[in-house]
Design a binder for this molecule. Structure first.
Ligand SMILES: Nc1ncnc2c1ncn2[C@@H]1O[C@H](COP(=O)(O)OP(=O)(O)OP(=O)(O)O)[C@@H](O)[C@H]1O
Length: 570
């Protein structure tokens, strides 16, 4: 474990850790030596002077080394946790945005808090007893050999057995720890879901499937934790029995040697003291073994995230032309399940294109491919004439504003949240973006609550639109921007989109006839393919699916194209 930490920290940053281990090793060795010095003192008390001086000096040096060792170990712990946080942070910002699923985001939270703390505990709290558990018994064995070779041999014979038992129990714990961590993640996610969805759960009765999922997750977590504890027990028991047996053997050898007159009383006393020093630190370490193994599991999980492949980026971005969007024969699926097939279209710079289609047809997926949340499986997505894979992430995202279906607002004022789109915007610019998004008086709201929970869904959506309007990005992607708005707010947003036309390139997913009608071009998506494309009037004349549904629904507040050709309705 210590070797892994040194490799992770690198030669420079691992210095405090190495220094701490060396200082604690010196302290532990000196402790063993102090007990070895007892023998000449007991054998010849009249000549004990130099040995007593040696005991005093060794004890003083041991105390100093121990104190410096513990302080340095704490520093090494803090260095390690800061380094891990930085490495995790630096790495995850290079991962594809599609990597951040809710499950992974939850696991990342545990990684940055619980797991980093667990790994940090190894140098900060466990290094001292661990070094003691290795060095003190080793020093005691050397001293025992000097006192009486038979006792030294008895202690030495126990060492491989104890190490084997320790490793065995470690492997067992690691195996069950993975399952326990997965169960803990699931239980945490279900508890958050339970707390967030209280209104829904209460409205539909607390005995529903939502509660059953939580119950199952908590039971699974409890069982996994119990399994981990019980799995560790046999290894721990073998270890403790081995160490105790070694201690008993040492005592018996010492007593029989004394009774047989082969060794004198002082030697027997020194041997018994060394036998205690041999076993004591190992038993302490056995108790801490579980914490070390859990830290090993935590480090495995941290290393797995650090090994996640980064989104490959060029050193320098390709030149960016006029802000058009182009899909060429795009094929894409989530984890092997195909979603888009042979999708080709171009959104000319400064125009507005509406994407309409059946639910689940892949409209939002098309929007996600533009800022390269995922890489396509086939074909190419080009922005400003450059393949998105030939642009650096920051260069690409700087040119795109995205208004997604699930708007997240940070705790703060409405103005703070709008300013997020362009931190150096003036108050006047923030107010103007708010007005264009139909926010009106809402801009005066001082606190939106965590995640924007003090605002309604429509209000949150308008803040997100204002944020996108404020960002000076030539391309604006909107996923159902008016879905949660009332008639007045929808009119304000449609006006704002209208104003942006010509000025920015707009790609809008919509179920609203008014928004689709306002677009320069409409793409109808069905089953992952574009089946119709053209202007509103052109598509009406075509008399296809768009026309059929528009004719029936044009006065409706919202409509969706159903999956089947011959079915209709919302
Ligand atoms: N992150 C994801 N992982 C796996 N499958 C996904 C993911 N996101 C979407 N899908 C699936 O991909 C398909 C297309 O989803 P998408 O959200 O693009 O549809 P949509 O046309 O925008 O639907 P809607 O109009 O209902 O929002 C759906 O079958 C959906 O279940």
């Amino acid at each position: 474990m210590i070797r892994r930490l040194i490799a992770l920290l690198g030669p420079e940053r691992s210095r405090p850790l190495k220094r701490a281990a060396a200082l604690l090793a010196v302290a532990a060795a000196l402790q063993g030596a102090v007990f070895a010095f007892l023998l000449p003192i007991l054998r010849a008390p009249e000549d004990a002077g130099p040995w007593l001086t040696a005991v005093v000096v060794a004890t003083a040096v041991c105390g100093l080394a121990y104190h410096r060792g513990v302080v340095t170990a704490r520093e090494a712990g803090y260095t390690l946790s800061a380094h891990l946080h930085r490495r995790i942070g630096d790495h995850v910002v290079t991962l594809p945005l599609g990597w951040f699923t809710p499950a992974r985001s939850g696991a990342l939270g545990r990684l940055a808090t619980q797991h980093v703390m667990s790994v940090m505990g190894v140098p900060a709290h466990l290094l001292d007893p661990l070094v003691g558990a290795v060095v003190t018994p080793a020093a005691a064995v050397v001293a025992l050999c000097a006192v009486d070779w038979r006792m030294g041999l008895a202690a030495l014979a126990a060492a491989p057995l104890a190490v084997a038992a320790c490793r065995w129990s470690g492997r067992l714990v690691r195996r069950t720890d993975e399952a326990a961590d997965a169960a803990a993640g699931e239980a945490a996610a279900r508890v958050v879901e339970f707390a967030r969805n209280q209104p829904l759960l209460r409205a539909f009765g607390l005995g529903g499937p939502g509660l059953r999922l939580l119950d199952d997750a908590l039971v699974a977590h409890r069982n996994a934790a119990r399994r981990m504890l019980t799995t560790a027990l046999p290894g721990l028991a073998v270890f403790v029995v081995t160490v105790q047996a070694a201690f008993t053997a040492l005592v018996l050898v010492a007593v029989f040697a004394a009774l047989g007159g082969q060794v004198d009383i002082p030697t027997t006393v020194a041997a018994l003291v060394l036998a205690v020093r041999f076993t004591e630190p190992m038993l302490v370490a056995a108790e801490l073994g579980a914490a070390v193994r859990l830290a090993g599991g935590a480090l495995d999980r941290i290393e797995r995230v650090l090994a996640e492949p980064r989104l490959p980026e060029p050193e320098v971005s390709q030149a960016f032309g006029t802000p058009s969007i182009e899909f060429e024969a795009v094929r894409f699926g989530y984890a092997g399940t195909p979603v888009l097939e042979d999708v080709s279209f171009t959104v000319t710079a400064g125009t507005m294109t509406a994407l309409v289609g059946t639910s689940g047809a892949g409209k939002s997926t098309i929007l996600r491919l533009v800022p390269r949340f995922f890489d396509v499986d086939g074909g190419a997505v080009r922005v400003g004439g450059a393949d998105v894979r030939d642009l650096r992430g920051a260069d690409l995202l700087r040119r795109i504003s995205l208004v997604s279906q699930d708007t997240y607002l940070f705790a703060g004022t409405v103005a703070d949240n709008i300013r997020f789109g362009r931190p150096d915007a003036t108050d006047e610019e923030v107010r103007s973006a708010a007005d264009r998004a139909g926010l009106g008086e809402l801009i005066a709201r001082t606190c939106v609550g965590e995640g924007g929970t003090r605002l309604s869904g429509g209000e949150r959506q308008r803040v997100s639109i204002a944020r996108a309007l404020l960002k000076d990005a030539p391309i604006v992607l909107l996923d159902e921007p008016t879905a949660a708005l009332d008639a007045a707010a929808e009119r304000a947003v449609t006006r704002a989109l209208d104003e942006l036309r010509g000025e920015r390139t707009l790609l809008v997913v919509t179920h609203r006839p008014a928004t689709a009608r306002a677009a320069d071009r409409i793409l109808v998506l069905d089953g992952g393919r574009i089946t119709e494309s053209g202007e509103h009037d052109e598509l009406l004349r075509l008399g296809g699916r768009y026309a059929a549904f528009h004719a029936r629904r044009e006065n409706a507040r919202g409509w969706r194209i159903p999956a089947g050709r011959n079915t209709e309705g919302d």
